[in-house]
Ligand binder design. Structure first.
Ligand code: PLP
Length: 417
């Protein structure tokens, strides 16, 4: 049997697929592992209660139950959800959207696969385009999303050292170069893996640059505002005509429902709906039906700001405090936690790579993600920073996180000698 290049790409031992496999095997073993590597959101009791109530209401209403389980939605996604979302966003932010500006997908991960390959790769005139990531480290899930090789171009950040062993990455506009080879710009805000929230000014500047080059600016808002609003700093919601805003219901508390939201120009929404029709017939109804009332009465934003944000912010603050205690005396830095559900730690001049550290931690029952996977599009092997960082999730049970951080501290200390 012969596989196409596309088929081969996903059977190959690419770094990330191998890592996923490795993580899966570690968790499936008989050892009780402390999982600080995954991207699963925490289970927020108030949100779980609200979702249970909604599900009960649907199950007790025959028409709604049928919409949840027995009817294909249009390829653009559940009609009432799309209409109510446009109306809520217009009321909140005056974005002037119509229902033709919104399409749903089966998770924003699949939104990026569609969008990246719509704007980059092999073009009609047989030229090749790339997706530009203005700042790496960036989301690991982008890395293998291109249908052809050499799909990303990305740039090293500027690093600002802040108080109390924290730092912040900033877009280095002086080195950012947008050539004819670039088909789209994409950035996640808040950023997975770093918890960085690029500033309103940086977002505006990137959007203007994209406009100048007549390419879309894709903003990955999976953790952003207005929902799930996992942002601990000042950040304005942002949408402009040349933008594609990607949202998700996952980090609100519905990762299993697989609902991504694309907000964009009508032509782009038409194309996304067309691809949806071919790949999925229709996006799933579960997420939009579960969130419909919350969107209608705007509770989704209130829950996000009043429940989800403080839930993660408190956990982030507690984890940072523990890391300061356990890493004291080493040359560590913590990226200023401004949002998302991760901490990004930098062990400057560590004597081992963080891949080695990951292996050692795995042997001790703690799973983290080594930093080198978060630099798609950066091929500079001499940049040691890539091998000095790790991503940790702090959203699991407090006692486990405490124990995990203690073990990380012990192994990092050994890595300096
Ligand atoms: C930055 C970012 N974008 C997109 C996604 C994809 O999320 P989903 O497919 O669950 O909507 C994730 C998932 O963790 C993420 O961290």
């Amino acid at each position: 049997m012969k596989l196409s290049a596309f088929g081969k790409k996903f059977t190959s031992e690419s770094g990330i697929l191998k890592l996923m496999d490795d993580l899966g095997n570690a968790l499936a073993g008989d050892k009780d592992m402390i999982m600080m590597g995954g991207g699963n959101p925490g289970h927020v009791p108030e949100i779980e209660d609200a979702l249970k109530k909604r599900l009960e209401k649907i199950v007790l209403n025959h028409d709604q139950f049928r919409r949840l389980t027995g009817i294909y939605d249009p390829p653009q996604g559940e009609k009432e959800f799309v209409k109510e979302l446009a109306s809520m966003l217009n009321k909140e932010f005056s974005w002037n959207l119509t229902e033709k500006n919104i399409a749903l997908t089966n998770g924003s991960q699949s939104s990026f696969f569609l969008l990246f390959n719509m704007f980059a790769g092999q073009m009609e005139d047989s030229t090749k385009k790339k997706v530009l990531l203005p700042l790496a480290p960036e989301y690991i899930g982008y890395a293998d999303a291109g249908l052809c090789d050499d799909f990303f171009v990305s740039f090293k950040p500027k690093i600002d050292f802040l108080e109390n062993r924290t730092f912040k990455y900033r877009v280095d506009f002086d080195s950012l170069e947008i050539t004819d080879e670039v088909g789209a710009i994409c950035v996640s805000r808040p950023t997975n893996p770093t918890g960085n929230v690029i500033t309103d000014e940086e977002v505006k500047k990137l959007c203007e640059l994209a406009q100048k080059h007549d390419i879309p600016f894709i903003l990955d808002n999976a953790y952003g505002t207005p929902f799930p609003d996992i942002i601990f700093t000042q950040a304005k919601p942002f949408f402009e005509k040349n933008m594609i805003l990607c949202m998700s219901l996952s980090k609100f508390g519905l990762p299993a429902a697989r609902t991504g939201i694309i907000i964009a120009d009508e032509e782009i929404i038409k194309a996304v709906s067309g691809i949806n029709a071919i790949v999925n017939l229709a996006p799933g109804s579960f997420g939009p039906m579960m969130a419909l009332d919350l969107i209608k009465n705007n509770e989704i934003n209130a829950f996000s700001t009043n429940v989800i944000k403080p839930y993660y912010h408190n956990k982030a603050k507690a984890a940072v405090e523990l890391f300061h205690k356990e890493l004291e005396g080493t040359n560590y830095y913590i990226h200023k936690p401004e949002g998302a559900i991760f901490l990004w730690l930098w062990f400057k001049d560590l004597k081992i790579t963080t891949y080695e550290l990951y292996e050692r931690l795995k042997d001790r029952g703690v799973i983290v993600v080594p930093g080198k996977y978060f630099f798609p599009g950066i091929n500079d092997e001499s940049w040691v920073h890539r091998n000095e960082c790790i991503r940790v999730t702090y959203s699991q049970e407090v006692e486990k996180v405490k124990k995990g951080i203690k073990i990380i501290g012990e192994e990092v200390r050994k890595g300096y000698y």
